[in-house]
Each structure stands twice: as C-alpha cells, then as structure tokens.
Design a protein around this ligand. Structure first.
Ligand code: SF4
Length: 499
C-alpha cells in the first residue's frame, strides 16, 4: 500500500511538531511532512503543498488545497486568525493550532474529541488550573475555548484531575521518591509492541547477570536515597513474570532487604501475560508483600490473541486471574485494548461482558496506538488502516462496563497515532487506584528507574524535570552498569540548589 503524503509548508520555524501531530490526527492514514520556508527542501515538481501556513505581523493565514485528491488552486480554502506582537509563544502556538484545527475540521467534516490537544498528558492542564484555585466551570470553559475539546472530554479530564489531586496529596513530593524496575523480556513480541522487550528464550542464560546488574542499581538507590521515603514501587517491562519463580524470589527478596518498605503505599508487579503466570510465581509475589498485580488479557477473543502474537488463550488468561485470586491478591488490574485488528463493537462488548464476570479491581482501557517500528505498522501496510476500528461507541461500551463494576476513571493519557484519536483511561474501584500510574502522568515526584531501557526522572521543587536513561540494549546495560549508575548519581545527588 502506498502511503499518501500530505505536505505542509509553514513560513515560520518552531511549530513543526505541533503542526505534524494535528494534521496526522485528521489524516492517520497519511504520511505528513512539514516544511519550513527557506529551510527544508520542498520539491516544486510535487506542485503546491497541500496545506500552507503563513505568518504576517498581525495574523496567521491558512490555505488548504484539495487534500486527498489532485491538488488544484480552484479548490483552495483560505482562512486566518489574528495574532499580535505582545503574544507569548504558547499563545501564538494555540492560535496556530486553533486555525489549523478549524480549517481541517471544516475540510474533513470531522471533529477530534480532544480538539487541538495532541500531547500525552491532557490532565496536566486541569490539574494546574485546580492548583491555581479555579473551579470546574471555569476550567471547562477554558479547555473548550482554548483547546476546542469536546464537553465530554473536558469533563472527563477535570474529574480525573480532581481525583488525582486528592490521591497524590498523601505522597512525599519533597522527601520521597518512587521506584521503577524494568524487566524487558516477554514470551513473544506482540504485534503492536513499542516497548523495550526481548524474547525471554534468548536471555535465559544471562538472567543471572541481568539480576546482578539490577542488584547493583538497588544498592546504589539504597545508598543515595537512604534519607528519602519510598512511596510506591512498580515492577514492569516487558513482562516481569517471565522470570522464573526463583529469580523473582531473588529480586524481590533483595529489594525488601535493601530498601525501607515501611512507608510504601503500593507495590505493583505487572504479571501481564497469562503465558508467563504460574501459581508458584504468584506465591512468590504474595510472599514478598506485592499489593497490586496486573493480568492483561487485552481482548477476550482467541482469534485476535493469535493475530496479535500472544501465545495464550482467553481461557488461560481467565485461569491466571483465578489463580491470582486464589493466592490472595485483592487488587488485580486488567489491561484491555480497543481498536485491535478485526475487532468492532460486538467483540468489545463481548470482551467487556467476560471481564465483568471476572470482576477485577481496576481496568485500564487502551486505544490501540500505531508505532513506527512495531509489527503492526507493517500489518497496516498490508491490510490498510480501516481494519482498525475504535469509535465513540466502543469507548462508551468500555466506560459503561467499568461503571457497572463500580469503577471510576482515575488516570488518563494519550499516545501519538492512537486509533480513533482517543485516549487510555484507567478505571478503578474505590481504594484500588494505581498511584504509580498517576505519578507517571502528572510528573510530580522523582522516579528512580532501574533496568535496561528505563528512564529516571528527577522532579525538582520548582517543577523542573530532568531525565537520565539506561541503555535499551540488555548486553550493553550489563556491560556498562557502573556507567549507568554514575550517570544516575549525577542526576540524583543533592548538590543542585533547586533539589
Ligand atoms: S507484553 Fe507488552 S512489552 Fe511484552 S511484547 Fe507484548 S506489548 Fe510488548
């Protein structure tokens, strides 16, 4: 399948990323290229660009050709928006996005539920406004006027921000931290995977070395943060339960021995895939005081599971869930994905019904995201993007299912190139909220991250954030572990005046 290219020409640099994200949201099936006049080469043999944005002193002008069909000047649509010299860059950016959104919305007769918001953390805006003392109505008006979000998404993001604010109020922002440990191995690679994940079979023999490297990082964390309060711990990946029961026992035992868990509010392990879960492993997690686990079916359809490259059946996922209950876990999350190949309303409704019978404590509903480099990207090349269907209706079915299970939405994030341009929402029963998930989205506390491909984030008191990443390559991570630790030391040491 040949991808149609949409060429956008802008007269000013610095807005390429925003333009690209917004145009792509309207035309997910197209390859969007943004050119800046005088900077990037746009071949005149291609004719006029599909979209042009021109900055004047007092306005921005937009021109749209007949995108999707042969370009011709008679099909030109023009509009403009006023700007002024006094405007700061974020205001100019908002104006530019409003203009582009309005133009493309008119041209395609489509609206986007999140309006001009293309970033991954839309709840950060209502959260900031709540902290400034604004009330719900004021925030909703602002979100609608400034970002053109729908009523429904505006209300949802405010509701979530209010809940997040309350949940985070018990954390130690200044004197505390959270810990992430990455186990980047999986039984097989899923069709849509964009994480750091390697097939476990290739690494079994070197797991001793990987665990030793992690232990060095745990020692470092215990030393550098000996006076800080550990609030939450999250072991993710990959699939942590690809480790054997003895390996999990070693890792968790070491963690509990070296770090002070007396203030830990939440200790999560992503069990994830049913093809990695055994009773023995679940017992090890229970023994070391894990409070929350995830068993992720993604869908309750065997055909789709096969298609997305999971080696387990629906029945195995259900069995893994039952085992977890049997072992005594009272906080189990399930991840689902909407918009999977070949799945529409009927399939989503049946998945939700089956999930309801199991009655997990929380549900994370993802909209399929199409990442370059994933096998899904190639799959779309062969089958076309129209085979992926996430709609208002399927989102509604999932939301209703969560409500039927007495769950409320408590965190939300978006990814680039999501099916239907929707969002991922975490729902949970009262008292079963995943605090670490909120922390990741709101970026209010330092997260020390260990393991290949993990990213440590230091959050300063003035809100500034600095990051330091471990290499993704497992062999390199093992080899360069001392270097990784020294980089982290530089980031986390207390000498910084803002710390
Ligand atoms: S389980 Fe998650 S990390 Fe592992 S391959 Fe699938 S999507 Fe990737």
């Amino acid at each position: 399948m040949e991808e149609k290219i949409i060429a956008v020409m802008c007269s000013k640099a610095g807005f390429e990323y925003d333009i690209h994200s917004l145009v792509k949201a309207f035309y997910p099936e197209c390859d969007v290229k943004v050119f800046v006049e005088g900077e990037k080469q746009y071949s005149s043999t291609e004719g006029l660009p599909d979209i042009s944005l021109h900055f004047e002193e007092d306005c921005i002008m937009l021109g749209i050709m007949q995108v999707g069909e042969e370009k011709n000047t008679s099909a030109f649509q023009g509009m403009k928006i006023e700007i002024s010299e006094q405007m700061e860059r974020p205001e100019v950016k908002n104006s530019l996005k409003q203009l582009l959104y309005t133009g493309l919305s008119g041209h395609t007769e489509k609206t986007l539920p999140w309006g001009t918001l293309t970033g991954i953390r839309p709840t950060k805006i209502p959260m900031m406004l709540l902290e400034e003392g604004k009330d719900k109505e004021e925030i909703l008006d602002y979100m609608k006027e400034t970002y053109l979000v729908s009523d429904e998404k505006g209300v949802l993001s405010i509701e979530i921000a209010q809940r997040e604010k309350e949940l985070l109020s018990t954390l130690h922002y200044k004197d505390g931290y959270s810990l992430y440990i990455g186990i980047p191995f999986c039984p097989t690679t899923c069709l849509y995977c964009s994480f750091t994940s390697y097939p476990i079979v290739s690494w079994k023999k070197r797991m001793e070395e990987y665990l030793s490297a992690l232990e060095k990082e745990i020692d470092f964390t215990a030393e550098i943060y000996k006076d800080k309060i550990l609030d939450t711990v999250y072991i993710g990946g990959g699939t942590p339960t690809t480790l054997e029961a003895e390996e999990l026992d070693r890792l968790l035992g070491y963690l509990k021995e070296k770090l002070d868990f007396s203030h830990v509010k939440e200790f999560t392990v992503e069990a994830g895939r049913a093809d990695s879960i055994t009773k023995e492993k679940l017992e090890v997690l229970k023994k070391w005081g894990v409070t929350r686990i995830s068993v992720n079916p993604q869908t309750m359809h065997d055909e789709t599971l096969k298609l997305i490259g999971r080696q387990h059946t629906v029945e195995q996922a259900k069995e893994a869930y039952r085992l977890a209950r049997e072992v005594g876990f009272d906080n189990i999350n399930m991840d689902l994905i909407l918009g999977l190949p070949g799945e529409g309303e009927e399939e989503v409704a049946s998945t939700i019904e089956q999930v309801k019978e199991l009655a997990p404590d929380s549900l994370t509903v993802h909209s399929l995201a199409i990442k370059r480099g994933s096998k899904l990207y190639q799959w779309i090349d062969e089958h076309g993007i129209t085979a992926l269907n996430n709609t208002d209706k399927t989102m509604e079915i999932a939301a209703k299912g969560a409500a039927d299970l007495d769950m409320v939405p408590y965190y939300l994030y978006r990814q680039k190139n999501m099916s239907g341009n929707f969002e991922n929402v975490g729902y949970a029963k009262e008292g079963k909220f995943g605090i670490y998930n909120i922390l990741i989205m709101e970026e209010k506390q330092t997260i020390v991250a260990l393991g290949a491909g993990s990213i440590t984030k230091r959050v300063y008191e003035d809100g500034r954030i600095e990051r330091c990443d471990n290499v993704k390559d497992v062999a390199l991570y093992i080899e360069k572990i001392d270097e990784m630790i020294e980089r982290k030391r530089k980031l986390l040491e207390e000498y910084n005046i803002f710390g």
